[in-house]
Design a protein around this ligand. Structure first.
Ligand code: PLP
Ligand code: TYF
Length: 398
């Protein structure tokens, strides 16, 4: 029955993790997968999370199923984080939120919903984008197109080209935007550019799907929501896929959310029944633990303040590593200009290293970087910076 089945290709990012784990090199460095590491190279559990878990353990009285859409305290906390406290969207009940298993779960439910209810829609993703976007959308049979984003020559956002390609997107199609900390380039639109994108979206009549996986990793929780909130001023309908894997460090608890924004409360309620149907026929209802932790933190002033300070510490460490990386490369005699890396946002930078250079770094130095040249800055530490920059200097000179 199964003889004809061929092996699937490894995930280009998670597959790299497996290769790193199997590498016996004691000096190996993992700059592949986007997982936050502290100065010791660990991915610790946040103190706010541990404290919330202690409370939950003491209070928990049942393991009964959650409803299809998840717990009310979590769902409303997610909306406050997205839109801001007491935003009219919340008071007028124009949005509905479902807890999904991670941001990937949210994207998958969104994909099924789009395929079923907007069957003619093509979904447009930036070039480049997170490798899994295309696979998730194609797996439900959606057409995926790409819009211009990155200018490799000057390592910046090619905004003229973004506007030109999105001006070709017809009414009724879907356009995916990275809420902040664009993966893989680390380059986000400026506030003025978000304003222009929002106006263009309103003019063209396409549906925005915000993928919001790094809120708080760029400049701050509010600052990072700027693009999304600008769109709210111009666009009455939207899908938002949230992930709390990174900003709560809850990677393996699978906490995310899909939010749908509609023109009226009634429409939101009706449309949400179809989202719930997608969930019911997929995984039925979400796991409880991670969302209970997030809700406990977001709904408690003391835990919220602790979490925000821990998030700030993660963000600040990454910004420091960006500057240190640029300065150390310069100190090692690298003449190419890498200063663009210190202006980028979030965990990732597009280094401009070629696939050959990436392969050489892995083979000769045990340094793991995604084939596209994407570097997870979150994997850099004061300890590994010297050897890392020595290796890059050596291959750039060679
Ligand atoms: N979207 C983007 C842009 C990501 O980088 C990630 C990373 O994991 C996700 C979605 C998926 O998040 P999760 O791990 O919560 O499924
Ligand atoms: O881009 C990254 O590294 C993170 C983690 O299939 C990730 O978003 C990578 C690949 C994948 C799931 C998560």
């Amino acid at each position: 029955m199964f003889e004809h089945i061929q092996a699937a290709p490894a995930d280009p990012i998670l597959g790299l993790n497996d290769a790193y784990r199997n590498d016996p090199n004691p000096h190996k460095i993992n700059l592949g997968v986007g997982v936050y590491k502290d100065e010791q190279g660990n991915t610790p559990i946040l103190k706010a999370v541990k404290q919330a878990e202690e409370r939950l353990l003491a209070q928990e009285i049942t393991k009964n199923y959650l409803s299809i859409e998840g717990a009310p305290a979590y769902r409303s906390a997610v909306q406050t984080l997205l839109f801001g406290k007491d935003h009219p969207i919340i008071t007028k009940q124009l949005a509905q939120t479902a807890h999904t298993p991670g941001g990937t779960g949210a994207l998958r439910v969104a994909a099924e919903f789009i395929k079923k209810h907007l069957p003619e829609a093509t979904i447009w993703v930036s070039n480049p984008t997170w490798a899994n976007h295309q696979s998730v959308f194609q797996s439900v049979g959606l057409e995926v197109g790409s819009y211009a984003y990155y200018n490799a020559d000057n390592k910046s956002l090619d905004f003229e080209a973004v506007l030109a390609s999105l001006s070709q997107v017809p009414e009724g199609d879907v356009v995916l935007f990275h809420g902040c900390c664009h993966n893989p380039t680390g380059i986000d639109p400026t506030p003025e550019q978000w304003y222009q994108l929002a106006k263009l979206c309103s003019k063209q009549g396409f549906l925005p799907l915000f993928d919001f996986a790094y809120q708080g990793f760029g400049q701050g929780l509010t600052e990072d929501a700027h693009g999304l909130r600008k769109f709210l001023e111009y666009v009455p309908e939207m899908l938002i896929a949230s992930s709390f894997s990174k900003n709560f460090g809850l990677y393996n608890e699978r906490v995310g959310a899909l939010t749908i924004l509609c023109e009226t409360a009634e429409q939101a309620e009706t449309t949400f029944t179809q989202i719930k149907r997608c969930i019911r026929t997929n995984y039925s209802n979400p796991p409880s633990h991670g969302s209970a932790v997030v809700a406990e933190i977001l709904n408690d002033a003391e835990l919220y303040a602790l979490w925000e300070s821990e998030l700030k510490a993660m963000r600040t460490r990454i910004h420091e590593m960006r500057s240190l990386f640029v300065n150390t490369l310069r100190a090692k005699g690298v003449s190419q200009d890498f200063s663009f890396i210190s202006h980028q946002q979030g965990m990732f930078s597009f280094s401009g290293l070629t696939p050959d250079q990436v392969a050489q770094l892995r083979k000769e130095y045990g340094i793991y970087i995604v084939g596209s040249g994407r570097i997870s800055v979150a994997g850099m530490t004061h300890d590994n910076m010297g050897p890392l920059c020595d290796a890059i200097a050596a291959i750039l000179k060679g």
